[in-house]
Design a protein around this ligand. Structure first.
Ligand code: FAD
Length: 469
């Protein structure tokens, strides 16, 4: 089928970008292989990212509920006890089911898994180094989907025991007395929430003067207030300049971001979560003539073509938000264009979600960004305190905010903090994909009583006519 080549397509990396690309290419009749060096498929996301973190968030949320929240509903459960090994076991089983699922899908779609480390070797050639030997395969097209890895902080050496990355934070042997999270982004706040619920004191140290800096300002403020109410403490405008580890734990040296007196902060465990960077080690980019940009990302054009003929790149390894669903859509787009189909990814509607309690979700620019761009917009807001279903669930923290173009009423963005925000955002994503207006959302039926009614009311509020507030 692949002519004089071993394959039509070889994908390097089996994360959400790579495995989805490989499956879609195979569905379209292309002879496809996917190289993965990890012992299991699914990449960062399924093994040490999205999936295990959500398994622990879900489990710790249940613990927290049983511990504190159920009594309000008249459910008395007596003394609640944490069985951490069982909770981690739940997470491991969820991961295993997911990674095995991808293996099944590869078999079903006849995608060959080439086990080992892949590197580019001249035009159309990929060398795969396994545990014992190396073999070179040829392909008409090569897709790089090598993903990303955590960014290190100078002076803090990650040992995955006392100083951990998100990977270590998913597998702590016991609940730390004091967990210090360096970095107030979504990964730090999600993992911080898990261990806070399980009984740790959690301090978040952030260089900037606010958490989740890319998020809408109003939402960010509310988010910090709610997490604070739950017991998380914040040291903003502060940088970590060094760490000493010993039997007694870790002693961090902190300094105001603007300079000034240093102070010490003791912790049992320190989670370094200051961001992620593209991972391209040993891919052989230079030899193949694949260029990277100033931030080490593989440079691509609007159709995911790199600077080398026949080589494409997608996912966390290229520019754009480092999110699994962004990687997946790019994987599908590349596979479809390689099969001669039209393809397109609409980056205006990529949702971003933080899976804490409450959840935070957004799509489109922040209000600050719209202001800076000089866009004339109207705002509609609706609080969950005025939503019947949220009251019934005892989850009234947060609000929905919709931003629409003042003249055309087209929806530009939505920012939600509240129960199920990550699910609610998707009706706005779909409306935006169809170029919908706030009026379209406002006139659409929303079942009663649902949390979604808060989205409808926010859309009504864009035109100053909400009913329930
Ligand atoms: P990856 O998933 O990183 O996969 C790349 C794969 O390529 C890896 O398995 C690697 O072993 C393999 N590889 C690399 N180089 C080679 C080579 N030369 N040869 C062979 N194999 C190679 N995103 C969300 O959308 N939602 C979330 O809730 C979410 N939660 C997260 C939580 C955490 C703790 C972390 C760390 C990340 C989270 N992310 C989340 C981000 C998400 O995991 C990434 O955006 C996503 O995995 C990117 O997919 P990818 O296919 O580009 O790369």
């Amino acid at each position: 089928k692949a002519g004089s080549f071993d394959y039509d397509v070889i994908v390097i990396g089996a994360g959400p970008g790579g495995y989805v690309c490989a499956i879609r290419a195979a569905q379209l009749g292309l002879k496809t292989a996917c190289v993965e060096s990890r012992a299991t498929l699914g990449g960062t996301c399924l093994n040490v990212g999205c999936i295990p973190s959500k398994a622990l968030l879900q489990a710790s949320e249940k613990f927290e509920e049983a511990n504190h929240a159920l009594a309000d509903f008249g459910v008395e459960v007596g003394r609640v006890k944490l069985n951490l090994p069982a909770m981690l076991g739940h997470k491991d089983r969820v991961v295993e089911a997911n990674v095995k699922g991808v293996e099944f899908l590869f078999k079903k779609n006849k995608v060959d898994w080439l086990k080992g480390h892949g590197s580019l070797k001249g035009a159309g050639q990929v060398e795969v180094k396994g545990q014992k030997d190396a073999k070179t395969y040829t392909a008409k097209h090569i897709v790089l989907a090598s993903g990303s890895t955590h960014v290190d902080l100078p002076g803090l050496t990650v040992d995955e025991k006392q100083i951990v990355s998100s990977t270590g934070a998913l597998d702590l042997a016991k609940v730390p007395k004091h967990l210090v999270v360096v970095g107030g982004g979504y990964i730090g706040l999600e993992m911080g929430s898990v261990w806070l619920r399980l009984g740790a004191k959690v301090t978040v140290v952030e260089f900037l003067d606010r958490i989740v800096p890319t998020m809408d300002g109003e939402i960010g403020k509310q988010f910090q207030r709610i997490l604070g109410k739950q017991g998380m403490t914040f040291k903003l405008g502060t940088k970590v300049t060094g760490a000493k580890t010993g039997k007694q734990g870790v002693t961090l040296t902190l300094e105001p971001a603007k300079g000034g007196e240093t102070e010490e902060l003791k912790a049992d465990v320190v989670l370094v979560a200051i961001g992620r960077k593209p991972f391209t080690d040993g891919l052989g980019l230079e030899a193949a003539g694949v260029e990277t940009d100033e931030r080490g990302r593989i440079a691509t054009d609007g159709r995911y073509r790199t600077s080398a003929e026949g080589i494409y790149a997608i996912g966390d390894a290229i520019a754009g938000p480092m999110l699994a669903h962004k990687a997946e859509e790019e994987g599908v787009a590349v596979a479809e264009s390689l099969a001669g189909l039209p393809s397109h990814v609409n980056y205006d509607t990529v949702p971003g979600i933080v899976y804490t309690w409450p959840e935070v979700a957004s799509v489109g620019p922040t209000e600050e960004e719209l202001k800076a761009q000089g866009v004339d917009y109207r705002t509609g807001k609706f609080p969950f305190t005025a939503n019947g279903r949220a009251r019934a669930a005892g989850a009234t923290d947060g609000f929905v905010k919709i931003l629409a173009d003042k003249r055309s009423d087209r929806i530009l963005a939505a920012h939600i903090i509240g129960p199920e925000a990550g699910t609610l955002i998707h009706e706005v994503v779909v409306a935006m994909e169809f170029g919908g207006s706030a009026e379209d959302l406002a006139r659409s039926f929303h079942g009663h009583p649902t949390l979604n009614e808060a989205v409808k009311e926010a859309a009504l509020a864009v035109d100053n006519r909400p009913i329930h507030i």
